[in-house]
Write a protein that binds this ligand. Structure first.
Ligand SMILES: N[C@@H](CCC(=O)N[C@@H](CS)C(=O)NCC(=O)O)C(=O)O
Length: 309
């Protein structure tokens, strides 16, 4: 595929994880193509590309498909190194921050949002998210837990406030970086959904200023494409991922092995394929689909299971 393959983000506007990627498009001033997918399954034009991975967002560049924001942001940093996501260094801790913001902080935020929306959450959305979680999506229980969720949300916010300190503009130092992007997702999500977000943020003056600066970063240069046009692009393209072995792979896995990959927390759909590339933070597998043709699907390692097929 020529180097001109567009950077396509399969997302929906309300998705907080997608907001992370959109903000990175803003930080790096990237021109990208938005493919708006449905908030609930089915997603008939996307599944042929991901092989069943059903979380949002997914990035597509030609016939290379990147799942999970860890993997998407790593690839964006690789392709667009400047301006960097690490203005003050601290790369390890910046990547690891996702394990805080995407898991405990996000679970707390999501319970707060859906507990507050409670009766307004449509039944088909609840049914979809129960399938995603493999557990009940109990909005009444979330509503009952709001006082606890507010306490915990406040604790997370206070960490951001502390990190910003007196007069520091960004969590990463004097320029915005990956830590800011990760943490902002949760504040953005609450702001989008809760009328009393102002009250929740009132005591955190530095967070409020930071939130305003984060919003001003924008989303880069966005244009729209249909789901079917994106699938046509994958079908016409050839994956560009080079074969890469990992001599230190703890399980002796190597390119050519057949495996199944899935998240370890929710949306546990196994995606089967043949390993193309491996590293401590990344696994890429080749698959063939009648509609998408040959694709290479990329996943992170932290938070994912790799099983022999
Ligand atoms: N660890 C994933 C989490 C993504 C995630 O949970 N996204 C939500 C939407 S914001 C989701 O997938 N919801 C179910 C769906 O869209 O089908 C990531 O970083 O991309």
């Amino acid at each position: 595929m020529p180097a001109t393959s567009p950077i396509i983000l399969h997302h929906f506007d309300e998705s907080p994880f997608s907001e992370k990627v959109r903000v990175v498009f803003g930080l790096k001033d990237i021109a990208w193509t938005s493919v708006r997918i449905s908030r609930i399954m089915p997603r008939p034009d996307l599944m042929p590309m991901t092989g069943g991975y059903r979380r949002t967002p997914v990035m597509q560049i030609g016939a290379d498909i990147y799942c999970d924001t860890q993997c998407i942001l790593r690839e964006l940093q690789r392709r667009f190194p400047e301006p960097t996501l690490f203005p003050a260094g601290n790369q390890g801790i910046a990547w690891a921050t996702a394990m805080w913001t995407d898991r405990s902080f996000f679970q707390n935020t999501v319970n707060l949002v859906f507990g507050s929306l409670a009766d307004k959450v449509p039944q088909e959305f609840i049914a979809d998210r129960e399938k995603l979680r493999g557990a009940r999506f109990d909005v009444a229980a979330m509503k009952a837990a709001i006082p606890q969720m507010r306490d915990q949300f406040r604790a997370h916010l206070q960490w951001i406030e502390t990190q910003l300190g007196a007069g520091q503009k960004w969590m990463s130092g004097d320029r915005a970086g990956l830590c800011d992007v990760h943490a902002y997702m949760n504040v953005w999500y609450v702001r989008q959904n809760l009328p009393d977000a102002d009250g929740m943020l009132a005591e955190f003056g530095s967070v409020r200023g930071w939130e305003t600066r984060m919003r001003a970063i924008g989303h880069g240069h966005r244009s729209e494409m249909s789901t079917s046009a994106a699938l046509d692009i994958a079908a016409a393209a050839t994956p560009q991922t080079a074969i890469m072995a990992d001599p230190n792979d703890p399980n002796g896995r190597k390119p050519g092995d057949r495996v199944e990959v899935m998240p370890d927390d929710y949306g546990k759909v196994k995606v089967a394929g043949e390993i193309v590339a491996l590293s401590p933070q990344h696994i890429a597998i080749r698959r063939h689909d009648p509609r998408a043709g040959e694709v290479v699907v990329h996943f992170p390692r932290a938070g994912f299971l790799v099983l022999p097929a």
